[in-house]
Design a protein around this ligand. Structure first.
Ligand SMILES: CC(C)(COP(=O)(O)OP(=O)(O)OC[C@H]1O[C@@H](n2cnc3c(N)ncnc32)[C@H](O)[C@@H]1OP(=O)(O)O)[C@@H](O)C(=O)NCCC(=O)NCCS
Length: 494
């Protein structure tokens, strides 16, 4: 999913047009390559890969048709078992902007699922708005930002590092997996615009092909570089490099020498932006400024909770630590600002610009309910309960909705709590749906505790839901304790 090294009129796909996505056939070739002439100003790499993609046994090459006319493609590839790679998404410009990508994506996904994926990834140019929007809408997360660089090879001269031998494998794997380059790319390494995982298996494979270079030649090595041959441009592509600055520079120059040895005139690099890309650029990969790539992965890595989306976990964590986050960013900005700044103003700036003002949202969303309450005591109780949901458990924003009659709190897509107003009391109902967590002998401060009989779990003797009747400020403590109990039970059930 990249620009190759080498951007009408509109046709509406109204219901009277028939749209389909099916397996590609050899007969699609001409129409697809014709379509490809209209992509990226004629610089699409599709002509270089279509035949090979069609012949591939694993994965699937798809053709998009409108009224039987082949107008687009999508490719599902398998880089290693469980490692699915998406590429080749194309649509004739006549059909852009009509929301068709959603339908192509659905069909692509059906093919991806057949490959029993552990991970699904793809990459795109940082400026490809449509492609990035598609990623965001479909639950993909950025795992790496890299720069694509090209350098002209110099005259032939000896390589300064040495090719790693089979006996180096363990040391190389330890080096790679502990390196900042590996961390910056979340464990993938580019070969062209494809980013396979740098597993031990892959490192071993590259090593066996003589594509792992270490430095110095003798003794323990301080720096490692790895390259592979790109399938599209047939280029020597540097995908991993790390070590002290001078050694990185030396190994990057080695890569240009290695490319020269093979008779190539250029070499490429796909490396993380920042220190590594700067060093590689300065070492001679300087034909142009890095073209920036984003690597996307479906789902967020490192997160195993199945019920609650990663985004919700993060925003809840942010909300429950908002004050600390504000302080940290404010301190950092004040330390680096060229003039002295007042902390309150800096915090206010951050809130206005970067962090949603949850307090304002909170007050705003419950205002009607709050004002409809008859006494100050009830208002204080409500404030205590809501603040506890927000400050202790990070529940606010979308998790909290209110009308004049009821406040509802949801957690992981399910109703967690409701607060209803009576003339002289608030009724806080917690659960059900988060486990039988309330023991029948539970003592919490409240004017009344009503267990919901239907939620009794016979095995444990506990209830999954209760209502607390709150009439005094001291009942805030009872309410917060009951909330903590249900939140703990919810966390344990993840
Ligand atoms: C990528 C491509 C297939 C998308 O097809 P499409 O039918 O035009 O996409 P859609 O109309 O379904 O739009 C997808 C989303 O991107 C948005 N989008 C599309 N073009 C956009 C642009 N130029 N700027 C900002 N957003 C854009 C759409 O608004 C839509 O988001 P929304 O649903 O929130 O409104 C098509 O643009 C294409 O063939 N591009 C050239 C090849 C390419 O770049 N392939 C991807 C390589 S990684």
């Amino acid at each position: 999913m990249s620009p190759s090294k080498r951007t009408s009129s509109r046709t509406s796909t109204s219901p009277k047009h028939s749209f389909s996505v099916r397996r590609a056939r050899a007969a699609d070739r001409e129409a697809i390559l014709e379509m490809s002439k209209h992509i990226w100003g004629g610089h699409d790499y599709m002509p270089l890969v279509w035949d090979r993609w069609l012949a591939e046994k694993k994965g699937a090459l798809l053709t998009v048709t409108v009224d039987g006319r082949a107008v687009g493609t999508s490719k599902v590839s398998l880089l290693a078992p469980g490692e699915v790679w998406l590429e080749g998404l194309r649509l004739h410009p006549d059909y852009h902007g009509q929301g068709l990508s959603k339908r192509i994506h659905r069909a692509t996904f059906r093919e991806a699922e057949k490959l029993d994926p552990r991970t699904v990834r793809y990459s795109t140019w940082i400026g490809n708005e449509a492609s990035r929007r598609i990623a965001e809408k479909n639950g993909f997360w950025q795992i790496a930002r890299t720069g694509w660089l090209w350098g002209k090879v110099g005259r032939r001269s000896p390589v300064r590092g040495r090719r790693a031998a089979a006996g180096d494998l363990d040391t190389v794997v330890r080096f790679v997996h502990g390196s900042s380059c590996y961390e910056a790319t979340n464990g993938v390494a580019g070969v062209g615009w494809t980013f396979p995982e740098l597993t031990r298996r892959r490192i071993k494979h590259l090593l066996s092909l003589g594509r792992v270079i270490v430095f110095p030649r003798r003794g323990a090595f301080r720096a490692v570089a790895m390259f592979d041959i790109g399938k599209i441009d047939d280029d020597v592509c540097l995908g991993f490099i790390d070590g002290p600055d001078d050694d990185v520079t030396l190994l990057a120059k080695d890569l240009l020498r290695i490319a020269a040895e093979t008779g190539r005139k250029e070499a490429s690099a796909m490396v993380p932006m920042g220190r590594i890309a700067d060093l590689v650029h300065a070492a001679g990969f300087d034909e142009w400024q890095p073209v920036r790539a984003v690597v996307y992965e479906l789902g967020a890595r490192g997160f195993s909770g199945r019920n609650e989306p990663f985004e919700d976990v993060l925003s809840r964590t942010l909300r429950s630590n908002e004050s600390d986050v504000l302080d940290l960013i404010a301190d950092l900005l004040m330390e680096r600002a060229p003039v002295a700044l007042a902390k309150e103003n800096v915090r206010d700036f951050i809130t206005r610009n970067f962090i949603p003002d949850t307090d304002r949202q909170l007050v705003g969303s419950t205002e009607g309910f709050f004002l409809a309450l008859r006494t100050d005591t009830l208002r204080s109780i409500l404030r205590g309960v809501i603040e506890h949901f927000h400050l202790r458990h990070g529940l606010a924003g979308n998790a909290l909705t209110a009308t004049d009659r009821v406040v509802r709190v949801t957690h992981r897509g399910k109703r967690l709590a409701t607060v209803r107003a009576r003339a002289a009391s608030l009724h806080l109902t917690l659960g059900p749906g988060f486990g039988p967590c309330f023991p029948p002998d539970l003592k919490v401060r409240a004017s009344e505790t009503r267990f919901h009989e239907k939620t009794l779990d016979r095995a444990s003797g506990c209830y999954g839901s209760l209502t607390l009747v709150l009439t005094e400020k001291s009942h805030i403590k009872g309410a917060t304790r009951a909330i903590d109990i249900i939140m703990k039970s919810a966390a344990a059930r993840r």
